[in-house]
Ligand binder design. Structure first.
Ligand code: MIG
Length: 671
């Protein structure tokens, strides 16, 4: 059951796509605080699931999280905000209920941080809709919530293939050489990403003609090798006379305004920019149609970046800081002056104080950006998604964004932002999957190998063993870091085998993705969502269930040749060195130490279940669905979903077929 309550006069966020009538009376489970906030009592063993893109464990208890979309490349235990806002959580234990706060501004969830037995929710103001969802189980609550917010975005099948990206590829030659190196070693690949350097001086919807002399020919050349190019689009539009996007935006009042009604100026990669007012339908339509510039040249996938929006500086803040720094540096700088100086300089970028310097036009009213901050990236992606419906009515286009809010899940996926090449971020990648699924984001994954800092070949190999299962499987790294294309490493052959395993698993991964999307379900679940009565399962923070068939328990520590795993029931361990070199072993319910050498990917098949596997393929187009095998338990059935992977008339009866395994598979493949 879903109950909706309203406080004050909320901004329409379009997070919810089903109309629900307001309930009268008291809000259950939540009590009001004097200042306008809320509190929820937590019993000793209550678990708090959700909050989407946030640091820390699957159980969110014991920290303070703020929904305020931030371009923050420090994803640490003490981080409060990342790029997305997903104000949905479930409390499970002494009571079971879900809460969604439909709100566009900054909001803080103190989940037993100040007092272990209390969750305290405070916001900038209390103009918000509050949804309380009750149900039989966590899964039931998630399903009701997902129905409320509308169907999740569905990408093309090729977006489930391996993608290679790096900030620093400069021109067609660089891209060709990446493709060539993968081809030479026969490592499967479906996509190569174009980061900001493909543009002419970082201008959206331009291509640098020196770097890519004939872009559409280059797209076809890559397509003929089975490779999709995926360009980045940034939120800020460069201020430059003669640049059509800038000029049209100014002429039609498509940009956010400052307090005097002038187009607001910020600085990002292109230098001085205006920010499109994506909260306006006309701006969305205009900006969304601009993607056709690239679609017409053969592009069928995009990633939207810098859309929190990230602001390197605003001119007035920069001036004020420089002035103060000049004052401070006159004479001998005392130690406190020195700290003021470093603090001021460090605080120039992405300063939340800049959010009330610009305004959106919502139904003719000027609304401070601060009040609707978390809707910005969402509406950039929505602009693209709405336009794609018209520009490409019959064929899916890949879209994923950095910033998001609930609602954006209908238009695209998200990647998990600027992580680092740290072992702890491999674990974080895993821990974020279920909370993102709860919020409707199914197409997701982290920068494989780590974005910032230098990766190592063992981290890459272990990360591949998790990313082999995430819908987005993209190796991406930052300018200036160690190069991390798989062919850079001495263990390239082992890495290649992990990618081959991914391709063998794609029929299963795609099938589970589609079932989750079409039925408003989670693809990745905490163990306790299926093993509700098992108090040991409730504690597990480093394993996940994938669909109803698999349990994941990747190794995420360095120099380990195995790990402890908890099995909530008997399962079959699968230890794979390559798609056709693996062994299986039935393990009883309980705690186990499971061996997994560096080159061995381990996962578990649940009791009585089986999963389909394909023969390894060079890319998704070559996966042979006619010769799938099942591995798993004797007599197990698997409901396979498959379709052409590109058209939009999914979910027809003929897309489903039941596969049945005839033999016990503890000795290997069987059909
Ligand atoms: O200020 O486009 O998260 O994936 O490589 C950095 C350059 C801007 C941030 C994205 C990252 C991308 C990078 N971008």
């Amino acid at each position: 059951m879903i109950q909706k309550f309203r406080k004050g006069n909320p901004v329409e966020t379009c997070a919810v796509s089903e109309k629900i009538f307001l309930s009268d009376g008291e809000i259950p489970f939540i009590s009001a605080l004097g200042e306008g906030g809320f509190e929820i009592k937590l019993a000793d063993k209550d678990i708090v699931y959700g909050l989407g893109e946030q640091v820390r464990g699957i159980n969110k208890r014991g920290w303070k999280y703020t929904s305020c979309n931030s371009d923050n490349c420090n994803h640490q235990e003490d981080t409060h905000s990342l790029y997305g806002t997903h104000n949905f959580f479930i409390i499970s234990g002494s009571r079971l209920f879900g809460v969604f706060l439909d709100y566009a501004g900054s909001i803080t969830f103190d989940v037993g941080y100040t007092r272990r037995d209390t969750m305290i929710i405070t916001a900038e103001d209390y103009d918000m809709d509050i949804y309380i969802i009750t149900g039989d189980s966590e899964k039931d609550i998630v399903k009701q919530f997902r129905k409320l917010i509308g169907k999740s975005y569905i990408p093309p099948l090729w977006a489930f293939g391996y993608g290679q990206s790096r900030w620093g590829y400069k021109n067609a030659e660089d891209i060709r050489s990446v493709a060539e190196e993968y081809r030479k070693r026969e490592i499967p690949i479906d996509s190569i990403y174009l980061d900001i350097d493909y543009m002419e001086r970082f201008k959206d919807f331009t291509v640098d003609e020196n770097a890519f002399p004939d872009f559409s020919d280059f797209c076809s050349e890559m397509k003929s090798q089975g490779i999709h190019l995926v360009p980045i689009i940034d939120a800020g539009v460069k201020i430059e006379e003669g640049y059509d996007v800038y000029e049209e935006g100014v002429k039609n009042n498509f940009f956010c305004k400052d307090k005097d009604g002038n187009d607001f100026v910020g600085a990002v990669w292109p230098g001085r920019v205006h920010f499109p007012d994506f909260l306006k339908a006309e701006t969305r339509e205009w900006f969304g149609n601009k993607y056709s510039f690239l679609i017409e040249q053969g592009i069928d996938g995009f990633w939207n970046d810098m859309n929190e929006p990230a602001i390197f500086y605003t001119e007035d803040r920069l001036e004020a800081v420089i002035e103060r720094v000049n004052e401070l540096s006159r004479g001998n700088m005392g130690i406190y002056d020195y700290f003021e100086f470093t603090g001021l300089v460090a605080g120039i970028s992405n300063n939340t104080g800049d959010y009330d310097k610009f305004f959106h036009n919502i139904d003719g009213k000027m609304i401070s950006h601060k009040k609707v901050h978390n809707l910005y990236g969402y509406n950039m992606t929505r602009a693209a998604g709405e336009a794609f419906e018209k520009l490409s009515p019959d064929r899916r286009i890949l879209m994923f964004s950095r910033s998001s809010c609930i609602g954006a899940h209908r238009y695209g996926g998200i990647w998990q932002g600027d992580n680092k090449s740290w072992w702890s971020h491999l674990l974080m990648n895993l821990q974020m999957m279920p909370s993102l699924n709860m919020a409707g984001f199914l197409y997701t994954g982290a920068d494989l190998g780590g974005f910032g800092s230098n990766t190592t070949e063992d981290l890459m190999l272990r990360w591949l063993q998790l990313a082999a299962f995430t819908p987005l499987m993209r190796n991406h790294s930052a300018l200036g870091t160690r190069e991390q294309e798989l062919y850079r490493f001495s263990n390239c052959d082992a890495c290649k085998k992990m990618v081959e395993i991914r391709y063998a698993l794609i029929p299963y991964i795609y099938s589970e993705y589609m079932k989750a999307a079409l039925n408003d379900e989670m693809m990745f679940k905490p163990l306790a969502f299926d093993f509700r009565e098992d108090s040991s399962a409730a504690e597990v923070q480093d394993q996940l269930l994938l669909g109803d068939e698999i349990m994941l328990a990747p190794v995420y520590t360095q120099n380990a040749s195995g790990r402890y795993v908890y099995l909530p029931e008997e399962m079959t361990l699968v230890r794979m060195r390559s798609a056709d070199d693996f062994e299986t072993e039935v393990l009883p319910k309980g705690h186990h130490y499971v061996r997994a050498e560096l080159n061995e990917l381990i996962f578990f098949i649940r009791k009585g279940k089986a999963i389909p596997m394909a023969a390894p393929a060079k890319n998704t187009a070559e996966i042979d669905y006619s010769t799938l095998s099942l591995i798993g338990y004797e007599g197990a059935e698997y409901l396979l979903y498959s379709d052409d992977g590109i058209s939009k008339d999914y979910g027809k009866a003929e897309n489903y077929r039941v596969m049945k395994s005839k033999y016990s598979c503890s000795v290997g493949l069987c059909t």
